[in-house]
Structures are given as C-alpha cells and as structure tokens.
Design a protein around this ligand. Structure first.
Ligand SMILES: NC(=O)c1ccc[n+]([C@@H]2O[C@H](COP(=O)([O-])OP(=O)(O)OC[C@H]3O[C@@H](n4cnc5c(N)ncnc54)[C@H](OP(=O)(O)O)[C@@H]3O)[C@@H](O)[C@H]2O)c1
Length: 253
C-alpha cells in the first residue's frame, strides 16, 4: 500500500473488467482507473468499449478495449491472451458481465436460452477465474471480484435460470477462494436493483411501489454506489477478506 494509510491506491495494478462498457462495470472501470489502475474493458461491442477506454485514458491511465462474447470458452481464452499480451499481467479480475433475459413460461425457456443465461453468468466467470486465477497464484497475488445478484438468495418466478446461475456464482466465489488462496482473494458483490440500462425495461411506478414496501432505503441503487465497495474488495486494504459475499441492495426484503 502506498500513500495515506486508508486511501485506496491501485497504482501499478492492471484490472480486467467484463461488461466494462456499461452500467455497473463501466462505473467500476472508471473508479479503478481514477484510483490508478490500467484497465482492460471487455464486452461484445467494440465501440462501447473504446468509448470507456477514451474516458480512462483521459484520466491518465492505459486502457485496452476488447470485443468478446465471454459466453464462449475460446473467446474467454482470447480475451486473456489479449490482456497478457498488452500488459504482461492481470492483478484484478472483475466478473461483472451478466444478464437475465425475460421469458413467458418455464417451457418457453428453450435449451438455447437456458445456455445463454448459464454460459454468461456462470461458465464465463469460471473459465476466466480458473485461468487468470492460476496465473495470479503462480505470480504471487491477485484479487477476483464476482458480481452476483440478490436473486441468488431471493429467487423469483421470472428469474429461475438467472437465480440458479447467480447462486452458483456465490458458491463459486467461496470455492475459488479456497482453491486460489492464500495468494489470490476471491469475493463477491450481490447487488439488488440498480438503475442501469436494465431498469429501462422496468415499470417504474410498480418498481417504486415495491421499493416503498420492500426496500429499506425505498429506492433503486445508482450505478456509482457500487464502486467504493468494488475498489475496497480488490485492494490490499481487504487483505484479510476472501470468500465474502457483500449485499448492496438498499436493504431488500
Ligand atoms: N442492474 C441491476 O439491477 C442488477 C441487479 C442484480 C445484479 N446485477 C448484475 O450486475 C452485473 C452488471 O449489471 P448491469 O445492470 O450493469 O448490466 P448492463 O448495464 O446490462 O451491462 C452489461 C454489460 O455486460 C456486457 N455483456 C453482456 N453480455 C455479454 C457477453 N456475452 N460477453 C461480453 N460482455 C457482455 C454488456 O456489453 P455488450 O452489450 O456490449 O456486450 C455490458 O457492458 C450483471 O452481472 C448483473 O447480472 C445487476
């Protein structure tokens, strides 16, 4: 740790953030860059990654945009190769990309849709954590942060496969912490409703009613309200914190 004792400083670190182009991932990418890290921004759309990378470079950090569909194992490997080719190492991995597609009935979830949800929310974090985590371990240290969901512990009818995948990600957090320790720490943030692009599909009147009744803070989260926790969990200040799953959900019941 450098600088004042309790100020988070990620200078000299390299962070790879999946889904870094929008929403929570973009906020975490910019927050880590502002704290001094160089950033790899990965998502399917190159132009969105490039736009965030320009913002990161304006902060004086280096940034690498990578267009990749991490639902495919070989594309995870290509992302890892691109990251190590550019920076020579990865100190922080944030498994943030995820989604919960809508469906009408359980039987309307066909095999393809089932695979889309499990591949993005669970398989990709496994492959990235396995390969990057073992390299971090061999090189003496690193931090992995998984972005799960409140759905993992409060599963609902419209989120069956997503909830199962995110519950798997919670379990994977603890198992990976065990597998990759003591050199590598693995933690998880479990968000509740955040007002990112996904909230554009919500009926906001209904959402507010639900928030008034079921969320202690009576509102959805703003994307930047996840950043300080992400920085903390990925910094040396969290040196004795691993296998932790942190709820950031405004106190959802
Ligand atoms: N917002 C919420 O209310 C909420 C609540 C609980 C949990 N979460 C979790 O928090 C994380 C971030 O959510 P968010 O609301 O910030 O999402 P978002 O605004 O929809 O952004 C998702 C990001 O993931 C990327 N992405 C999607 N599919 C991808 C793929 N196959 N390969 C690579 N990148 C992909 C997207 O970029 P491209 O489209 O360019 O690929 C985008 O950068 C997710 O894991 C989500 O499940 C969110």
């Amino acid at each position: 740790m450098s600088g004042p004792k309790h100020v988070i400083d990620l200078s000299g670190k390299v962070a790879l953030i999946t889904g870094g182009s929008r929403g929570l991932g973009r906020e975490i990418a910019l927050g880590m860059a502002a704290a001094g890290a160089d950033i790899i921004v990965a998502s399917r759309k190159l132009d969105s990654c490039e736009a965030v990378c320009s913002e990161i470079e304006a902060l004086g950090r280096q940034a690498l945009p990578v267009a990749v569909n991490i639902s495919h194992w070989d594309q995870c490997d290509a992302l890892i190769e691109a990251a190590y080719a550019r920076f020579g190492r990865v100190d922080i991995l944030v498994n943030n990309a995820g989604k919960s597609p809508l469906y009408d009935t359980l039987t309307s979830v066909d095999e393809r849709l089932y695979d889309v949800v499990l591949d993005l929310n669970l398989k990709a974090p496994f492959r990235l954590s396995a390969v990057i985590g073992e390299r971090m371990k061999a090189e003496g240290g690193g931090a992995i942060l998984n972005i799960s969901s409140r759905a993992a512990i409060r599963p609902q009818a419209h989120l069956v496969t997503y909830a199962a995948a995110k519950a798997g990600l919670n379990a994977m957090t603890e198992a990976m912490a065990d597998a990759l320790g003591p050199e590598v720490r693995v933690n998880c943030i479990m968000p509740g409703p955040f007002l990112t692009d996904v909230s554009k599909a919500w009926d906001m009147e209904k959402f507010q009613q639900r928030a008034d009744e079921q969320i202690a803070l009576q509102r959805g989260g703003q994307p930047d309200e996840v950043v300080a926790a992400a920085l903390y969990l990925c910094s040396d200040h969290a040196g004795y914190t691993t296998a932790a799953i942190l709820r950031i959900d405004g106190g959802c019941r």
